[in-house]
Design a protein around this ligand. Structure first.
Ligand SMILES: [Mn+2]
Length: 324
């Protein structure tokens, strides 16, 4: 796979890199590493995402140019469009809409989600077993014998810690740790990255977390934690830059919890759901029933709403799963 991807890259000139909407640490860190790899290969490269870097990840933009696509804006000229941490143009928001109907462009998918071989990719850098997308780009550097620049090493490290939850999740393989060790040996400083990621929160963060936790309830003898967040809360959370993943972590910290379901009422009354599970359960198929998907133990979907109906439907499905 890596050799094929390398020959593909060599045969093309202008690359556009885009990630999924609301890009996370894996998506952005991988974009950084891929950007510098392609630059080393002498390619013309631009990163263009539908959404800006969120506050905790803004440092990734210090040495790498991230551009934010404005709805309706046409895309810069490119021969290859790299889709990162996703596999379809549909996941790239307004970028994907602007790409519709373009001819003469090939798509390179850099992803580790199940089923991404069925996406828009003409060529795939894809392995559903990879701990993060950054690990795939790391292997690309190794295959090419290309030196890891400090920016690329930092990007790959961020991608790994984002998707393994700082080596807590079951995808913390020996490979993930070995790559991380190598990145530290070339100069990555984990404690500085941790501080940048998690110790620069605005003060409102702690108030919003307290308020959010007030919406949590436990069902099925405490095996299901469910947290519905109404629009009124989400409006405050969005303007305060509150990261709702914190709620998931708090719920998972409770003994006996097997499935965590977070429901967020977003714009237009739609409801975004995030599911997390313990080793014993697969929540990806639940998310898929609702038209979403992701990983076995971390998945999500979007429901039409209203919130009360979404809660009812999802809760029922999670309860069934826990009784299987
Ligand atoms: Mn990922």
């Amino acid at each position: 796979m890596f050799e094929d991807v390398l020959s593909f890259i060599e045969a093309h000139e202008r690359f556009l890199i885009s990630g999924h909407v609301k890009p996370d640490g894996d998506c952005l860190g991988t974009e950084v590493a891929l950007y510098h790899f392609l630059r080393q290969m002498g390619k013309k490269v631009r990163i263009l995402n539908a959404d800006p870097l969120e506050r905790s990840l803004d440092f990734l933009g210090d040495d790498t140019p991230f551009e934010v696509h404005q709805r309706g804006q046409s895309l810069p000229e490119h021969d290859v469009h790299c889709l990162v941490d996703c596999s379809t143009l549909g996941r790239t928001g307004s970028v994907g809409q602007a790409a519709e109907g373009l001819s003469g462009v090939e798509y390179m998918v850099v992803d580790h989600h199940v089923g991404s071989d069925l996406g828009d990719g003409d060529i795939l850098l894809w392995n559903p077993e990879a701990p993060s997308c950054g690990c795939l780009v790391y292997d690309l550097y190794r295959t090419a014998g290309a030196p890891l620049t400090p920016e690329a090493a930092e990007g790959i490290f961020v991608s790994i810690v984002a998707d393994t939850g700082w080596f807590q999740y079951s995808n913390t393989t020996d490979e993930a740790l070995a790559i991380a060790a190598n990145l530290v040996s070339v100069g990555v400083k984990p404690h500085l990255i941790y501080n940048r990621l998690y110790r620069r929160n605005p003060r409102e963060q702690i108030q919003l977390l307290g308020e959010a936790l007030g919406h949590v309830r436990f069902e099925e003898d405490g095996r299901l934690a469910i947290c519905p967040l109404p629009r009124s809360f989400m409006a405050k959370a969005e303007s305060g830059g509150f990261n709702t993943d914190e709620i998931l972590d708090q719920c998972r910290s409770v003994e006996g919890v097997e499935i965590v379901a977070l429901l967020k009422e977003i714009l237009d009354g739609k409801v975004k759901i995030s599911l997390r599970s313990s080793d014993r359960y697969d929540v990806d198929d639940i998310a898929r029933e609702f038209g979403g998907g992701g990983h076995k133990k971390a998945s999500g979907a979007e429901l039409p709403g209203p919130l009360s109906e979404a809660v009812q439907a999802l809760e029922e499905r999670c309860r069934e799963r826990l009784r299987d």
